[in-house]
Design a protein around this ligand. Structure first.
Ligand SMILES: *Cc1c(COP(=O)(O)O)cnc(C)c1O
Length: 400
């Protein structure tokens, strides 16, 4: 794949008709090394945030050895690419055949669950041909915790309630070689207190069940930087998690895990789009709700962005975007601040789309072909450069 200096260099060289994902391997490697060196435990990568093989390889080469997978397709993908990786099947609702294949074919030993039924399913699917139960299961009970400090909730769907946790923890302890507790505070958690509060719930669960715990898995939710969403430094999260987990009544040999998706890959990619039509303050661009801008359309997420055409006005106006498909749902409210005289044919770079961007692309309506290129410049914002600056404008944070 060709490596360019930056987005304007891609425009000069190729004037692309299709949207282009611009990947920054150095930014993903930097994020991985940061977690490997600074998180006070083990960092798993949550594959769903961006399953691209190039990224998985970069993270592995930068010290990420454990991967949180949620489907048998993710298990197969990571196993084929990284034969030595440790895979943890952290979806609490799996099919028996997926569990069986993961355990017997791909060497998966770590599974999560939030019901007795799922526990029974795991035990049955991992037994040997004579029906003897597996002796090497590492099972994490998913606890329901609050999502109140996160921008995207993960609180309703999964997790056993604290009130029902004791019998499940005790039953799981009986069959698990290692017993863990996991949770997810919601994606883009804006304060370390989200984790402190969740760990307090873990304390109540393990005290209530009187079980010994081998793994505390604080899940994902670590933030990245977006306009209007500037979190405290990740070191603060790590320190708070460490302090809270140190005070739990657990064994000295127990491990602290986390499963970042977004934080490990948000800075990896930006997106290059073109304005195809302007109608007042509405810009029709060539990517949208069914492409890499899913979150911009469906949950109103905002991203840093810049117009790449030289000579455009310094005066900015608020725009909304329409994507390329034929329905009204392909609409992004922003507001996106861009030069007042932006025009059809202009290119826009949209930053911080490495997480839940490229991964969301569909081919709906014949769009979504898209290209990929590598660029060498810095992401529009970073939590890992140690040089966060005052925002230069409302929608460009930490421009370097
Ligand atoms: C989605 C998910 C993650 C990653 O979440 P981020 O908010 O992207 O860090 C981690 N663990 C589980 C179980 C998930 O479902």
């Amino acid at each position: 794949m060709h490596t360019y200096l930056d987005a304007p260099a891609v425009v000069r060289a190729t004037a692309p008709d299709e949207p282009v994902i611009l990947n920054r391997p150095h930014a993903a490697a930097r994020a991985a090394r940061f977690f490997v060196e600074k998180f006070p435990g083990r960092s798993l990568y949550a594959v769903k945030a961006n399953p691209s093989p190039e990224l998985l390889r970069i993270l592995w080469d930068s010290g990420i050895t454990h991967f949180d997978v949620a489907s048998i397709a993710e298990v197969r993908l990571v196993r084929a690419l990284l034969p030595e990786a440790t895979l943890c099947f952290m979806h609490p609702v799996k099919t028996a055949s997926a569990i069986g294949e993961a355990y017997h074919v791909h060497g998966v030993r770590t599974f999560s669950l939030d019901t007795i039924e799922e526990l029974d399913k795991i035990v049955a699917a991992t037994s040997d041909a004579s029906g003897n139960p597996a002796q090497d299961l590492r099972l994490c009970v998913r606890l329901r915790v609050s999502s109140e400090y996160a921008e995207l909730s993960l609180a309703s769907k999964f997790g056993v309630d604290l009130a029902d946790a004791a019998p499940l923890l005790q039953a799981t302890r009986q069959v698990a070689d290692w017993l863990g507790v996991c949770f997810h505070v919601g994606s883009q958690a804006m304060t370390p207190f989200a984790y402190v509060q969740a760990i307090e719930r873990v304390r109540a669960a393990i005290v209530g069940a009187s079980v010994t715990i081998d793994i505390i898995n604080v899940g994902g939710g670590f933030p990245s930087v977006y306009p209007g969403m500037e979190p405290p430094p990740l070191e603060d999260y790590f320190a708070s998690i460490f302090r809270a987990s140190e005070s739990l009544p657990i064994s000295y040999s127990s491990e602290l895990w986390c499963e970042p998706g977004r934080a490990l890959c948000a800075e990896y990619s930006s997106l290059l789009v073109r304005v195809e039509k302007r109608r007042g303050n509405e810009l029709f661009i060539n990517d949208g709700a069914y492409g890499a801008l899913y979150d911009a359309a469906h949950v109103g997420w905002n991203y840093p962005l810049r117009c790449l055409n030289e000579g455009r006005s310094a005066e900015e106006e608020a725009f909304v975007f329409y994507g390329p498909t034929c329905d009204d749902a392909d609409y992004m409210e922003g507001p996106f601040l861009l030069p007042a005289d932006i025009a059809p044919g202009d290119y826009i770079e949209i930053g911080m789309l490495g997480a839940y961007g490229a991964a969301m692309r569909t081919a709906f309506n014949g769009f979504g072909e898209g290209d990929v290129a590598i660029v060498g410049d810095e992401p529009m914002a970073s939590l890992f450069t140690g040089s966060r600056e005052i925002p230069a404008s409302d929608n460009v944070v930490s421009l370097r």
